[in-house]
Design a protein. Structure first.
Ligand code: VAH
Length: 315
């Protein structure tokens, strides 16, 4: 049985449906602090769980005889900057609860998401290597770097089979933007369709590593289905994908919506974006568990506009 903690979030809501499609609806228990959308709630079991409460997590693991946990609950970069103490509590305590349950033999396998936010202003910015300087300057990035260290420690010290991926910015149309700095690349599609104008909170040249959600979900399933000995890196794997600037994304959208206009008004999130890499080297993931992404900027833009137009028309 699989438990997804944080099943109503940007990744969790789509990951739940994908895992239910692979393993069967009743074998994938969704959980979050609040209920999710109808697709999620109607397609399989749901439990209300506060990821920070060990007893709640532990009792759901016992009740459903859980084998694998995907821990997707966290505060993202921009939100975490507004609530540093709470972000640290949520991001770290939820991880310790799951790692300790696995150490006690109650869980067999864990997926825990890290992020390109673990890199900081002193990290080489282009084609950032798997092993390099990492001095994250955001609360979110600090929590992800610390989390990676703990995952590797629990693997080496207690044999906990925890697997992790450093996600780039993720782009999807099923859940609205959730407090991330890269979420301008989600927001822009809503605004292009609804208003034909977007006021972008990053400057036009801010290149960031990005990925369409389907690719990210395939990578998540891919690392979890890999043979244990093939997962050689137990901190977290770099995951590349595409890299583009707001200006390049805007230009791609205007191929579909010619009268779409944009203005740039960088806010506090500019400093966060400036501290992150522009592009990522994910050759380790390609080599160890045959990762490759499918969606380039053109394909991602097409599929986002097609699907989001349908969703927004029904509103
Ligand atoms: C954020 N989307 O912006 C997340 C992600 C790499 C970015 O961690 O905070």
């Amino acid at each position: 049985k699989i438990l997804i903690i944080g099943a109503c979030g940007q990744i969790g809501s789509e990951l739940t449906l994908k895992l239910r499609g692979i393993y069967g609806n009743d074998n994938v228990i969704a959980s979050d602090i609040r209920e999710g959308n109808s697709n999620l709630m109607e397609s399989g079991p749901f439990e209300t769980v506060n990821a920070m409460d060990f007893d709640q997590v532990s009792s759901v693991v016992e009740k459903h005889q859980i084998d694998e946990v995907y821990l997707m609950a966290a505060l993202l970069s921009a939100t975490a900057e507004k609530n540093p103490a709470f972000a640290w509590e949520l991001n770290m305590n939820s991880l310790f609860h799951v790692l300790n349950l696995a150490k006690e033999g109650k869980i067999k396998k864990i997926f825990w998401p890290s992020s390109i936010a673990v890199f900081g202003p002193t990290t080489p910015r282009f084609n950032t290597p798997q092993y390099t300087v990492m001095e994250p300057s955001t609360v979110y990035g600090i929590s992800k770097q610390a989390g990676e260290r703990w995952c590797e420690y629990y693997y080496n010290k207690y044999g906990v089979d925890v697997r992790s991926i450093r996600y780039p910015g993720l782009i999807s149309w099923t859940t609205p933007p959730g407090g991330g700095t890269t979420d301008y690349a989600v927001d822009i599609f809503y605004k292009a369709i609804e208003d034909k104008h977007y006021n972008c909170f990053l400057s036009e040249q801010s290149a960031l590593p990005m990925m369409y959600m389907d690719d990210a979900l395939n990578a998540t399933v891919g690392i979890m289905q890999a043979e244990k000995e093939d997962v050689k890196i137990r901190s977290s794997y770099n995951l590349g994908g595409i890299s583009f600037t707001p200006e390049e994304l805007y230009a791609e959208i205007t191929k579909h919506i010619p009268d779409f206009t944009i203005e740039y008004a960088p806010d506090f999130r500019q400093a966060i974006a400036d501290s992150w890499p522009a592009s990522i080297d994910d050759s380790a993931a390609q080599k160890d568990w045959s990762w490759n992404h499918k969606y380039d900027l053109e394909a991602m833009t097409t599929v986002m506009l097609e699907n989001l137009s349908k969703v927004l028309q029904t509103k």
